[in-house]
Design a protein around this ligand. Sequence first.
Ligand SMILES: Cc1cc2nc3c(=O)[nH]c(=O)nc-3n(C[C@H](O)[C@H](O)[C@H](O)COP(=O)(O)OP(=O)(O)OC[C@H]3O[C@@H](n4cnc5c(N)ncnc54)[C@H](O)[C@@H]3O)c2cc1C
Length: 423
Amino acid sequence: MCDSSQAHRVVVIGAGFGGLEVVHRLASAPVRIAIVDRRNYHLFQPLLYQVATASLAASEIAWPIRHLLRKRKDVTTVLAAVTGIDSAARQILLEDGGALAYETLVLATGARHAYFGHDQWEPYAPGLKTLEDAVTIRRRVLRSFERAERESDPERREALLTFAIVGGGPTGVELAGTIAELAHGNLAGEFRRIDTRKARIVLIEAGRRILPGFAESLAAYAHGALERLGVEIELGLPVDECTDSGVVIGGRKLSTKMILWAAGVQASSAADWLGVPADRANRIKAEPDLSVPGHPEIFVIGDTATIDAWHGEPVPGIAPAAKQQGRHVAATIRMRLRGDLRPRPFRYRHAGSLATIGKRCAIIDFGWIRLRGPIAWWIWGFAHIYFLIGLRNRVAVALSWLWIYVSGDRSARLITQGEPRPK
Ligand SMILES: Cc1cc2nc3c(=O)[nH]c(=O)nc-3n(C[C@H](O)[C@H](O)[C@H](O)COP(=O)(O)OP(=O)(O)OC[C@H]3O[C@@H](n4cnc5c(N)ncnc54)[C@H](O)[C@@H]3O)c2cc1C
């Protein structure tokens, strides 16, 4: 039997898709693991937009890390924010002044939204990356309808009923489609002074088409499906400014009280902690085996890493990529512990890309086959339920979706937590 106090010490920062996969794949290896996260839960980000648009409750897409790892006696869960790394002393530094020693370190700290150097836009154009973001967006969207109902000035009412979504990737498309369904379907008939079917949902994309990661034919189909839901799509126009009263695109102002930001990502601060080379989005440029340049004992995976391991192209920032990298790093750690120090290059295998456009419509690009419409939507739904953690959550989400599908009623339409009071 291995003396656990002598076992190799692995520290994983981040209990997202990548970090958790490392921990799962190291089960029964001769290691002691500490997993550190600033939140006490693992978040299923692909369904965040459903919390933001009142389809699912927050508790349906997040699970306490400690509970997920309750059977793993070799794993210690640490709730703390990491603020730095002392690589010479092989310690990570915590916000509360503490430190944690490692022999092998895995950086899996993800990314958050970015405003391309315009951080001052954030208060007017919240992004969607955390559960707090999703609840804030839900509150603001629902409150816009409530304020419009009581607004007597027609121009101000129109601005309250205009929703601008910046970014035509999967998140922007999903937000636009679901808000359109909410305004033009679910809420219609519930208000007395406003007609929510007249709400404008405007999707703004700087490129020449939406969904650049998908085949042109699927993106064109999604474009048409969004328009049928009543979404206006503005292409080829960069955002010049976001303010309290609206968004300026291509020199033209769209008056709105609700701008949602789904445009850029910025990796965590992991590159700064180590002072190692990073790309423009601050992702660490990983070595072929996913180690950090100059630090063979530190690995970097998921959204906070960049590596050209997809037939020479960069690996996409999606959950399956983070999981594959987590699996690869766990296998490398096991090999090293057996004395095999040969570098093992990581290769990414892309299973497919999925996006939903509304309640009964999705697109799927498997490469070898492309699907669209209701069939794609059912496959999308089953795939997401399969990847959720735990039977209870799978059943809860499946029932919520079935209920929305059959009745059109979104039960998570609660306005919780007030706007922060001005200081
Ligand atoms: C709105 C949205 C929709 C998406 N939709 C899809 C989709 O449909 N399909 C898909 O495949 N992918 C989707 N993605 C992308 C996918 O969620 C990410 O690629 C994936 O989560 C990356 O995994 P990760 O392990 O690198 O990071 P994450 O899952 O983001 O985990 C990072 C973890 O690190 C922790 N952390 C960060 N900094 C610190 C710190 N300083 N100290 C301690 N802990 C820290 C965080 O709390 C977090 O738990 C979506 C992302 C978003 C935001």
